[in-house]
Design a protein around this ligand. Sequence first.
Ligand SMILES: [Fe+2]
Length: 324
Amino acid sequence: MTRASMVEPIIRIRDIAWIRLRSPDLDLQEDYLTTFGLERAERTANALYMRGTDPAHHIHITEKGDPAVLRIAFWARSLEDLHKLSRDGDGASAVEDIDEPGGGKRVRLTEHNGMGIEVVWGVEAVAALAVEPVTLNFGYNKQARTGHLLRVEHRPCRVKRIGHAVISTPEIEKSVAWARRHLGIVPSDDVHAEDDPNLLLASFNRVDAGEDYVDHHVMMFGRHANSGLNHVSFEVQDIDDLAVGHDAMMRKYGDLHLWGLGRHTLGSQIFDYWRDPWGRVHEHWTDTDVLNDSHEFRRHPKSTGLHSQWGPQAPQAFRDAASR
Ligand SMILES: [Fe+2]
């Protein structure tokens, strides 16, 4: 696939901003997310706003009510882009003021298979939270940490930022086309059926930032009979953070562990997957591939593309995840 063969997008998003869920019990949601490694940014009578260590005001919203996946949010690059999207996007809302902590403006849309999308701009930023970097002393670089002892605190991990969302969709080609036109994301890798190179099974897409390097994928689509959210994903600080985070989750929510630890092939992240108390899958990851526009798009058979480079392979329950 060449750039010239792709539809010109309405806008190009800057990054993913947050996930917006609905849950009947905000106390349980907050306890789960705190154990998962997020921190409370704000809580109102009707909603919970959680943040990571990066300066985003919040990266996870839960509204009170019956369980639902309401919307995935992305950052626009400018207010002008929001107006462009409102004008040209299929069924797009007007540019609205966000009447929530952090403020800002947004346009609401519905993705081809019914997933809610909001594109946002001008939400308040906050100060980053301090993080202590860890230096590793692997055999091929044995003098990296001279004279300092590595001690890992036993605590939940510390989520840095939201990284990507994955949508299950029966009409994957149409979902991908919708997202490329409305969000300006570009393909990093595709996965096709083992015995049929024309049967698209998964599409990994990244932010189009030209020559600047970005995560391998910000949005992925997987072909499935059911449509919904397969998972939402959060970057943690490093491998020790991921591992202590795993232990903290096992102690309190061990029955919700779904898949991991392992290392993906496409994107290369070290990962760990958890259901939340209402079944929505949340991922921890660290150490992703970053790409820019010199990346050569490739197509892979399922056996290599969706293979975990180490650790267990994906259980059926993970592959079937499609929360609405
Ligand atoms: Fe993921």
